[in-house]
Ligand binder design. Sequence first.
Ligand SMILES: Cc1cc2nc3c(=O)[nH]c(=O)nc-3n(C[C@H](O)[C@H](O)[C@H](O)COP(=O)(O)OP(=O)(O)OC[C@H]3O[C@@H](n4cnc5c(N)ncnc54)[C@H](O)[C@@H]3O)c2cc1C
Length: 403
Amino acid sequence: MTRRATLRGAERTSLEGESADVLVCGASFAGLAVARELAGSGADVLLVDRYEVGERPTSACAAPRQWLEAMGVAGSIRQEIPCMCFHTPHGSVRYRLPWSWAAFDYRELCRQLFDQTDARFEIATVFGRRAGGVVTDRGMLRAPLVVDALGWRRVLARERNQPPEAPLSRGLEVHPGGGGRDLDVWIERSLVRKGYGWSVPAGGEQRVGVGSYEPRDHVRRPTVELAERLSREPVRYQGNWFPHRLRRAAQDDVFFVGDSAGHCFPLSGEGIRTAFYFGIACGRELRSVLSGERATDEALRRYARFSASHRRAFGLALRLQWLVPRLPPRVLTLALRALARQALVDRAFGWYLDQAHPAFAVSAHAATAAFSAGATDPATSSIVGRSMGTRAPSRKSPTPRSA
Ligand SMILES: Cc1cc2nc3c(=O)[nH]c(=O)nc-3n(C[C@H](O)[C@H](O)[C@H](O)COP(=O)(O)OP(=O)(O)OC[C@H]3O[C@@H](n4cnc5c(N)ncnc54)[C@H](O)[C@@H]3O)c2cc1C
Protein backbone atom coordinates (compact mmCIF):
# COMPACT_ATOMS: atom_id res chain seq x y z
CA MET A 1 0.00 0.00 0.00
CA THR A 2 1.37 3.39 -0.98
CA ARG A 3 0.85 6.07 1.68
CA ARG A 4 2.03 9.61 1.38
CA ALA A 5 0.88 13.18 1.85
CA THR A 6 -0.68 14.76 -1.23
CA LEU A 7 1.97 14.98 -3.92
CA ARG A 8 2.82 18.32 -5.48
CA GLY A 9 4.70 19.48 -8.57
CA ALA A 10 7.65 17.32 -9.53
CA GLU A 11 6.64 14.65 -7.04
CA ARG A 12 3.74 13.83 -9.29
CA THR A 13 5.69 11.39 -11.44
CA SER A 14 4.09 9.82 -14.49
CA LEU A 15 1.77 6.88 -14.08
CA GLU A 16 1.34 6.57 -17.86
CA GLY A 17 0.62 3.00 -18.83
CA GLU A 18 -0.28 1.93 -15.30
CA SER A 19 -2.99 -0.73 -15.36
CA ALA A 20 -5.11 -2.65 -12.88
CA ASP A 21 -8.03 -5.09 -12.84
CA VAL A 22 -10.28 -2.45 -11.28
CA LEU A 23 -9.73 1.30 -11.28
CA VAL A 24 -11.70 3.11 -8.58
CA CYS A 25 -11.64 6.89 -9.12
CA GLY A 26 -12.37 8.77 -5.90
CA ALA A 27 -11.28 7.61 -2.44
CA SER A 28 -13.96 8.98 -0.17
CA PHE A 29 -17.06 7.18 1.17
CA ALA A 30 -18.21 5.59 -2.10
CA GLY A 31 -14.80 4.69 -3.55
CA LEU A 32 -13.51 3.24 -0.29
CA ALA A 33 -16.71 1.18 0.11
CA VAL A 34 -16.21 -0.31 -3.37
CA ALA A 35 -12.53 -1.09 -2.70
CA ARG A 36 -13.38 -2.59 0.70
CA GLU A 37 -15.91 -4.93 -0.90
CA LEU A 38 -13.21 -6.15 -3.31
CA ALA A 39 -10.80 -7.10 -0.51
CA GLY A 40 -9.70 -10.72 -0.75
CA SER A 41 -10.96 -11.09 -4.32
CA GLY A 42 -7.38 -11.39 -5.58
CA ALA A 43 -7.96 -8.50 -7.98
CA ASP A 44 -5.43 -5.73 -8.49
CA VAL A 45 -7.44 -2.69 -7.39
CA LEU A 46 -6.07 0.79 -8.01
CA LEU A 47 -7.70 3.66 -6.07
CA VAL A 48 -6.96 7.22 -7.15
CA ASP A 49 -7.92 10.58 -5.69
CA ARG A 50 -6.66 14.12 -6.14
CA TYR A 51 -5.91 14.24 -2.40
CA GLU A 52 -4.46 11.87 0.17
CA VAL A 53 -7.06 9.49 1.66
CA GLY A 54 -9.04 11.30 4.37
CA GLU A 55 -7.36 14.65 3.76
CA ARG A 56 -10.36 16.80 2.70
CA PRO A 57 -13.65 16.33 4.54
CA THR A 58 -16.62 18.11 2.99
CA SER A 59 -19.49 16.95 5.18
CA ALA A 60 -20.83 17.18 8.73
CA CYS A 61 -19.84 13.50 8.98
CA ALA A 62 -22.95 12.18 10.68
CA ALA A 63 -24.26 8.73 9.77
CA PRO A 64 -26.39 6.07 11.43
CA ARG A 65 -24.23 4.48 14.12
CA GLN A 66 -25.26 0.99 12.98
CA TRP A 67 -23.79 1.67 9.55
CA LEU A 68 -20.44 2.68 11.04
CA GLU A 69 -20.40 -0.50 13.12
CA ALA A 70 -21.37 -2.62 10.11
CA MET A 71 -18.51 -1.10 8.10
CA GLY A 72 -16.01 -1.81 10.88
CA VAL A 73 -15.28 1.88 11.49
CA ALA A 74 -16.93 2.43 14.89
CA GLY A 75 -13.51 3.53 16.18
CA SER A 76 -13.94 6.79 14.25
CA ILE A 77 -17.07 7.80 16.20
CA ARG A 78 -16.76 11.01 18.24
CA GLN A 79 -20.28 11.23 19.58
CA GLU A 80 -23.47 9.23 19.48
CA ILE A 81 -26.63 11.31 18.90
CA PRO A 82 -29.90 9.51 19.72
CA CYS A 83 -32.24 12.50 19.30
CA MET A 84 -33.10 15.08 16.64
CA CYS A 85 -34.64 18.47 17.39
CA PHE A 86 -36.50 20.35 14.65
CA HIS A 87 -36.92 24.12 14.99
CA THR A 88 -39.31 26.38 13.08
CA PRO A 89 -40.19 30.02 13.77
CA HIS A 90 -43.17 28.69 15.75
CA GLY A 91 -41.53 26.18 18.05
CA SER A 92 -39.30 23.15 18.51
CA VAL A 93 -40.06 19.43 18.41
CA ARG A 94 -37.71 16.77 19.72
CA TYR A 95 -37.72 13.17 18.44
CA ARG A 96 -36.04 10.19 20.00
CA LEU A 97 -35.08 8.05 17.01
CA PRO A 98 -35.41 4.26 16.84
CA TRP A 99 -31.68 4.28 15.94
CA SER A 100 -28.83 6.74 16.59
CA TRP A 101 -26.80 9.12 14.52
CA ALA A 102 -23.07 9.17 15.16
CA ALA A 103 -20.72 12.04 14.37
CA PHE A 104 -17.34 10.70 13.28
CA ASP A 105 -13.83 11.85 12.44
CA TYR A 106 -13.45 11.83 8.63
CA ARG A 107 -9.72 11.20 8.50
CA GLU A 108 -9.97 8.33 10.96
CA LEU A 109 -12.97 6.78 9.20
CA CYS A 110 -11.21 6.87 5.82
CA ARG A 111 -8.08 5.36 7.33
CA GLN A 112 -10.08 2.54 8.90
CA LEU A 113 -11.91 1.86 5.63
CA PHE A 114 -8.70 1.95 3.62
CA ASP A 115 -7.06 -0.49 6.04
CA GLN A 116 -9.80 -2.98 5.19
CA THR A 117 -8.97 -2.90 1.48
CA ASP A 118 -6.02 -4.44 -0.28
CA ALA A 119 -6.03 -1.74 -2.93
CA ARG A 120 -3.08 0.30 -4.16
CA PHE A 121 -3.52 4.06 -3.83
CA GLU A 122 -2.16 6.86 -6.00
CA ILE A 123 -2.76 10.58 -5.92
CA ALA A 124 -3.97 11.78 -9.31
CA THR A 125 -6.53 14.22 -10.65
CA VAL A 126 -8.96 12.59 -13.05
CA PHE A 127 -9.90 14.63 -16.14
CA GLY A 128 -12.13 12.25 -18.07
CA ARG A 129 -12.42 9.14 -20.13
CA ARG A 130 -10.95 8.43 -23.51
CA ALA A 131 -10.91 5.23 -25.57
CA GLY A 132 -8.46 2.96 -23.87
CA GLY A 133 -8.38 4.56 -20.46
CA VAL A 134 -8.95 7.22 -17.86
CA VAL A 135 -7.05 10.47 -18.37
CA THR A 136 -5.35 11.93 -15.29
CA ASP A 137 -2.73 14.60 -14.62
CA ARG A 138 -0.24 11.75 -14.20
CA GLY A 139 -1.03 9.98 -17.45
CA MET A 140 -3.53 7.50 -18.83
CA LEU A 141 -4.64 4.71 -16.51
CA ARG A 142 -6.12 1.50 -17.87
CA ALA A 143 -8.47 -1.08 -16.41
CA PRO A 144 -11.23 -3.30 -17.77
CA LEU A 145 -13.45 -2.27 -14.84
CA VAL A 146 -13.79 1.43 -13.98
CA VAL A 147 -15.71 3.09 -11.14
CA ASP A 148 -16.54 6.80 -10.92
CA ALA A 149 -16.79 7.63 -7.20
CA LEU A 150 -15.66 11.19 -7.85
CA GLY A 151 -18.61 12.97 -6.27
CA TRP A 152 -21.19 15.34 -7.75
CA ARG A 153 -19.13 16.32 -10.84
CA ARG A 154 -19.62 12.88 -12.44
CA VAL A 155 -16.30 13.41 -14.16
CA LEU A 156 -16.43 10.21 -16.25
CA ALA A 157 -19.96 10.79 -17.54
CA ARG A 158 -20.75 11.86 -21.08
CA GLU A 159 -22.84 14.87 -20.05
CA ARG A 160 -21.76 17.95 -18.10
CA ASN A 161 -23.02 18.11 -14.53
CA GLN A 162 -22.56 21.71 -13.47
CA PRO A 163 -24.70 23.89 -11.18
CA PRO A 164 -27.04 25.67 -11.43
CA GLU A 165 -28.48 23.56 -14.28
CA ALA A 166 -27.65 20.19 -12.71
CA PRO A 167 -29.94 18.83 -9.94
CA LEU A 168 -27.65 19.84 -7.11
CA SER A 169 -28.01 21.39 -3.67
CA ARG A 170 -25.25 23.33 -1.98
CA GLY A 171 -24.00 23.21 1.59
CA LEU A 172 -21.53 25.07 3.77
CA GLU A 173 -20.58 24.61 7.38
CA VAL A 174 -18.21 25.82 10.07
CA HIS A 175 -16.51 23.72 12.74
CA PRO A 176 -16.06 25.73 15.94
CA GLY A 177 -15.45 24.18 19.31
CA GLY A 178 -18.68 23.52 21.18
CA GLY A 179 -21.03 20.72 21.86
CA GLY A 180 -24.58 19.64 22.33
CA ARG A 181 -26.74 16.59 22.75
CA ASP A 182 -29.05 16.55 19.73
CA LEU A 183 -28.80 16.83 15.99
CA ASP A 184 -30.59 20.18 15.56
CA VAL A 185 -32.33 21.15 12.34
CA TRP A 186 -33.73 24.63 11.56
CA ILE A 187 -36.39 25.03 8.88
CA GLU A 188 -36.77 28.79 8.60
CA ARG A 189 -37.28 30.75 5.41
CA SER A 190 -35.65 33.83 6.89
CA LEU A 191 -32.46 31.76 7.28
CA VAL A 192 -32.58 29.90 3.98
CA ARG A 193 -35.46 30.12 1.50
CA LYS A 194 -35.45 26.48 0.42
CA GLY A 195 -33.34 24.34 2.68
CA TYR A 196 -32.38 23.98 6.30
CA GLY A 197 -29.71 24.68 8.87
CA TRP A 198 -28.09 22.12 11.16
CA SER A 199 -25.88 21.66 14.17
CA VAL A 200 -24.11 18.35 14.70
CA PRO A 201 -22.29 17.88 18.02
CA ALA A 202 -19.09 15.91 17.56
CA GLY A 203 -17.35 15.43 20.89
CA GLY A 204 -16.04 18.92 21.63
CA GLU A 205 -16.67 20.23 18.13
CA GLN A 206 -19.90 21.65 16.70
CA ARG A 207 -20.57 21.35 12.98
CA VAL A 208 -22.94 24.18 12.13
CA GLY A 209 -24.12 24.61 8.56
CA VAL A 210 -26.77 25.48 6.03
CA GLY A 211 -27.90 23.64 2.93
CA SER A 212 -29.94 25.09 0.08
CA TYR A 213 -31.90 22.95 -2.38
CA GLU A 214 -31.79 25.93 -4.72
CA PRO A 215 -28.25 26.05 -6.14
CA ARG A 216 -28.56 29.76 -6.99
CA ASP A 217 -29.03 30.75 -3.35
CA HIS A 218 -25.84 31.44 -1.43
CA VAL A 219 -25.29 29.81 1.94
CA ARG A 220 -22.39 31.71 3.46
CA ARG A 221 -24.42 34.50 5.07
CA PRO A 222 -26.99 32.13 6.66
CA THR A 223 -24.20 29.85 7.90
CA VAL A 224 -22.52 32.76 9.68
CA GLU A 225 -25.90 33.92 10.99
CA LEU A 226 -26.70 30.50 12.44
CA ALA A 227 -23.26 30.14 14.03
CA GLU A 228 -23.59 33.59 15.62
CA ARG A 229 -27.08 32.78 16.84
CA LEU A 230 -25.57 29.77 18.62
CA SER A 231 -22.74 31.95 19.96
CA ARG A 232 -20.21 29.98 17.97
CA GLU A 233 -17.37 31.41 15.95
CA PRO A 234 -17.69 30.89 12.19
CA VAL A 235 -14.33 29.18 11.73
CA ARG A 236 -12.94 26.27 9.72
CA TYR A 237 -15.26 26.46 6.72
CA GLN A 238 -15.96 23.58 4.41
CA GLY A 239 -18.60 23.17 1.76
CA ASN A 240 -19.62 21.38 -1.38
CA TRP A 241 -22.43 20.64 -3.79
CA PHE A 242 -24.47 17.49 -3.33
CA PRO A 243 -27.00 15.86 -5.66
CA HIS A 244 -30.71 15.56 -5.07
CA ARG A 245 -31.71 13.31 -7.94
CA LEU A 246 -30.71 9.81 -8.99
CA ARG A 247 -28.57 9.71 -12.15
CA ARG A 248 -27.71 6.79 -14.41
CA ALA A 249 -25.59 4.46 -12.30
CA ALA A 250 -23.99 2.83 -15.36
CA GLN A 251 -23.03 4.61 -18.53
CA ASP A 252 -20.88 3.23 -21.32
CA ASP A 253 -18.66 0.86 -19.36
CA VAL A 254 -18.38 2.90 -16.14
CA PHE A 255 -20.02 2.20 -12.77
CA PHE A 256 -21.12 5.41 -10.97
CA VAL A 257 -21.38 5.29 -7.18
CA GLY A 258 -22.26 7.74 -4.43
CA ASP A 259 -22.83 11.39 -5.29
CA SER A 260 -21.73 10.76 -8.87
CA ALA A 261 -24.86 8.62 -9.32
CA GLY A 262 -27.07 10.95 -7.25
CA HIS A 263 -27.02 8.49 -4.35
CA CYS A 264 -27.69 11.20 -1.77
CA PHE A 265 -31.18 11.43 -0.30
CA PRO A 266 -33.09 14.53 -1.35
CA LEU A 267 -34.64 16.50 1.54
CA SER A 268 -32.15 15.30 4.18
CA GLY A 269 -29.02 15.58 2.00
CA GLU A 270 -27.76 12.41 3.63
CA GLY A 271 -25.27 10.73 1.32
CA ILE A 272 -22.72 8.85 3.41
CA ARG A 273 -24.65 5.71 4.22
CA THR A 274 -26.01 5.58 0.67
CA ALA A 275 -22.45 5.90 -0.67
CA PHE A 276 -21.58 2.87 1.49
CA TYR A 277 -24.70 1.00 0.45
CA PHE A 278 -24.38 1.49 -3.31
CA GLY A 279 -20.60 1.11 -3.06
CA ILE A 280 -21.10 -2.34 -1.58
CA ALA A 281 -23.65 -3.21 -4.26
CA CYS A 282 -21.22 -2.09 -6.95
CA GLY A 283 -18.35 -4.01 -5.33
CA ARG A 284 -20.44 -7.20 -5.32
CA GLU A 285 -21.17 -6.85 -9.02
CA LEU A 286 -17.49 -6.24 -9.75
CA ARG A 287 -16.61 -9.37 -7.79
CA SER A 288 -19.01 -11.40 -9.89
CA VAL A 289 -17.19 -10.23 -13.02
CA LEU A 290 -13.77 -10.91 -11.53
CA SER A 291 -14.78 -14.45 -10.58
CA GLY A 292 -16.06 -15.12 -14.10
CA GLU A 293 -19.63 -15.54 -12.95
CA ARG A 294 -20.91 -12.61 -15.03
CA ALA A 295 -19.94 -10.59 -18.07
CA THR A 296 -19.19 -6.89 -17.51
CA ASP A 297 -22.26 -5.80 -19.52
CA GLU A 298 -24.53 -7.91 -17.40
CA ALA A 299 -22.99 -6.59 -14.16
CA LEU A 300 -23.43 -3.01 -15.40
CA ARG A 301 -27.08 -3.67 -16.24
CA ARG A 302 -27.78 -5.35 -12.91
CA TYR A 303 -26.12 -2.58 -10.93
CA ALA A 304 -28.00 0.11 -12.86
CA ARG A 305 -31.27 -1.77 -12.25
CA PHE A 306 -30.50 -2.06 -8.54
CA SER A 307 -29.83 1.66 -8.28
CA ALA A 308 -32.98 2.53 -10.24
CA SER A 309 -35.06 0.20 -8.03
CA HIS A 310 -34.67 2.85 -5.30
CA ARG A 311 -36.40 5.45 -7.45
CA ARG A 312 -39.59 5.40 -5.39
CA ALA A 313 -37.92 6.35 -2.09
CA PHE A 314 -35.69 8.96 -3.73
CA GLY A 315 -38.70 10.33 -5.64
CA LEU A 316 -40.77 10.63 -2.46
CA ALA A 317 -37.93 12.46 -0.70
CA LEU A 318 -37.62 14.79 -3.69
CA ARG A 319 -41.34 15.59 -3.58
CA LEU A 320 -41.02 16.37 0.14
CA GLN A 321 -38.00 18.54 -0.64
CA TRP A 322 -40.25 20.49 -3.01
CA LEU A 323 -43.19 20.61 -0.57
CA VAL A 324 -41.59 21.42 2.80
CA PRO A 325 -40.26 24.89 1.87
CA ARG A 326 -43.70 25.76 0.44
CA LEU A 327 -45.73 24.78 3.52
CA PRO A 328 -46.90 27.68 5.65
CA PRO A 329 -44.57 27.63 8.69
CA ARG A 330 -47.44 27.10 11.13
CA VAL A 331 -48.67 24.09 9.16
CA LEU A 332 -45.15 22.69 9.08
CA THR A 333 -44.86 23.13 12.86
CA LEU A 334 -48.19 21.37 13.39
CA ALA A 335 -47.11 18.53 11.08
CA LEU A 336 -43.83 18.09 12.98
CA ARG A 337 -45.75 18.03 16.27
CA ALA A 338 -48.25 15.51 14.90
CA LEU A 339 -45.34 13.22 13.97
CA ALA A 340 -43.87 13.39 17.49
CA ARG A 341 -45.78 10.40 18.85
CA GLN A 342 -43.13 7.74 19.47
CA ALA A 343 -44.91 5.11 17.36
CA LEU A 344 -44.92 7.51 14.39
CA VAL A 345 -41.30 8.54 14.91
CA ASP A 346 -40.30 4.86 15.03
CA ARG A 347 -42.25 4.13 11.90
CA ALA A 348 -41.09 7.11 9.86
CA PHE A 349 -37.41 6.87 10.81
CA GLY A 350 -37.50 3.06 10.63
CA TRP A 351 -38.76 3.35 7.04
CA TYR A 352 -36.07 5.92 6.30
CA LEU A 353 -33.27 3.67 7.59
CA ASP A 354 -34.70 0.71 5.67
CA GLN A 355 -34.09 2.50 2.36
CA ALA A 356 -30.38 1.74 2.79
CA HIS A 357 -30.24 -0.58 5.77
CA PRO A 358 -26.96 -1.44 7.56
CA ALA A 359 -27.77 -5.16 7.35
CA PHE A 360 -26.78 -4.81 3.69
CA ALA A 361 -23.17 -4.35 4.75
CA VAL A 362 -22.86 -7.90 6.06
CA SER A 363 -21.07 -9.73 3.31
CA ALA A 364 -23.26 -11.56 0.82
CA HIS A 365 -21.09 -14.59 1.43
CA ALA A 366 -21.71 -14.51 5.20
CA ALA A 367 -25.41 -13.95 4.64
CA THR A 368 -25.69 -16.81 2.18
CA ALA A 369 -23.73 -19.11 4.49
CA ALA A 370 -25.97 -18.16 7.40
CA PHE A 371 -29.05 -18.68 5.25
CA SER A 372 -27.85 -22.10 4.04
CA ALA A 373 -27.17 -23.04 7.64
CA GLY A 374 -30.84 -22.28 8.37
CA ALA A 375 -30.37 -18.95 10.14
CA THR A 376 -33.63 -17.48 11.29
CA ASP A 377 -32.14 -14.15 12.28
CA PRO A 378 -33.95 -11.55 10.17
CA ALA A 379 -30.81 -9.43 10.16
CA THR A 380 -29.14 -11.99 7.94
CA SER A 381 -32.09 -13.42 6.03
CA SER A 382 -33.23 -9.95 4.96
CA ILE A 383 -29.88 -9.42 3.26
CA VAL A 384 -30.50 -12.42 1.08
CA GLY A 385 -33.88 -10.93 0.19
CA ARG A 386 -32.16 -7.66 -0.60
CA SER A 387 -29.75 -9.14 -3.11
CA MET A 388 -29.71 -7.39 -6.49
CA GLY A 389 -33.12 -6.57 -7.82
CA THR A 390 -35.12 -8.25 -5.07
CA ARG A 391 -35.49 -5.79 -2.25
CA ALA A 392 -37.18 -7.15 0.82
CA PRO A 393 -40.31 -5.29 1.90
CA SER A 394 -39.01 -2.52 4.10
CA ARG A 395 -41.19 -3.24 7.11
CA LYS A 396 -39.68 -6.71 7.43
CA SER A 397 -36.16 -5.38 7.81
CA PRO A 398 -34.84 -5.13 11.31
CA THR A 399 -34.57 -1.70 12.86
CA PRO A 400 -31.88 -1.95 15.53
CA ARG A 401 -32.67 0.08 18.61
CA SER A 402 -30.08 1.82 20.63
CA ALA A 403 -31.91 4.66 22.26
C1 LIG B 1 -21.70 20.81 4.00
C2 LIG B 1 -22.16 19.40 3.80
C3 LIG B 1 -22.48 18.60 4.90
C4 LIG B 1 -22.92 17.29 4.70
N1 LIG B 1 -23.19 16.53 5.80
C5 LIG B 1 -23.56 15.22 5.66
C6 LIG B 1 -23.76 14.41 6.79
O1 LIG B 1 -23.58 14.82 7.94
N2 LIG B 1 -24.16 13.13 6.60
C7 LIG B 1 -24.36 12.62 5.33
O2 LIG B 1 -24.74 11.44 5.22
N3 LIG B 1 -24.13 13.37 4.23
C8 LIG B 1 -23.72 14.65 4.35
N4 LIG B 1 -23.45 15.41 3.24
C9 LIG B 1 -23.51 14.76 1.91
C10 LIG B 1 -22.24 13.89 1.75
O3 LIG B 1 -21.11 14.66 2.07
C11 LIG B 1 -22.08 13.31 0.34
O4 LIG B 1 -23.28 12.75 -0.09
C12 LIG B 1 -20.95 12.25 0.38
O5 LIG B 1 -19.74 12.87 0.66
C13 LIG B 1 -20.87 11.49 -0.94
O6 LIG B 1 -19.74 10.65 -0.90
P1 LIG B 1 -18.94 10.30 -2.23
O7 LIG B 1 -17.83 9.38 -1.84
O8 LIG B 1 -19.88 9.87 -3.30
O9 LIG B 1 -18.37 11.70 -2.76
P2 LIG B 1 -17.33 12.68 -2.07
O10 LIG B 1 -17.35 12.53 -0.61
O11 LIG B 1 -17.58 14.03 -2.67
O12 LIG B 1 -15.93 12.15 -2.58
C14 LIG B 1 -15.45 12.34 -3.88
C15 LIG B 1 -13.95 12.06 -3.86
O13 LIG B 1 -13.46 12.22 -5.20
C16 LIG B 1 -12.33 13.07 -5.18
N5 LIG B 1 -12.33 13.80 -6.46
C17 LIG B 1 -13.26 14.66 -6.90
N6 LIG B 1 -12.93 15.09 -8.14
C18 LIG B 1 -11.77 14.47 -8.46
C19 LIG B 1 -10.93 14.47 -9.62
N7 LIG B 1 -11.24 15.19 -10.72
N8 LIG B 1 -9.85 13.70 -9.61
C20 LIG B 1 -9.52 12.94 -8.53
N9 LIG B 1 -10.26 12.90 -7.41
C21 LIG B 1 -11.37 13.65 -7.37
C22 LIG B 1 -12.50 13.97 -3.98
O14 LIG B 1 -11.23 14.44 -3.53
C23 LIG B 1 -13.17 13.03 -2.97
O15 LIG B 1 -12.22 12.32 -2.21
C24 LIG B 1 -23.02 16.73 3.38
C25 LIG B 1 -22.69 17.54 2.29
C26 LIG B 1 -22.25 18.85 2.49
C27 LIG B 1 -21.88 19.67 1.29
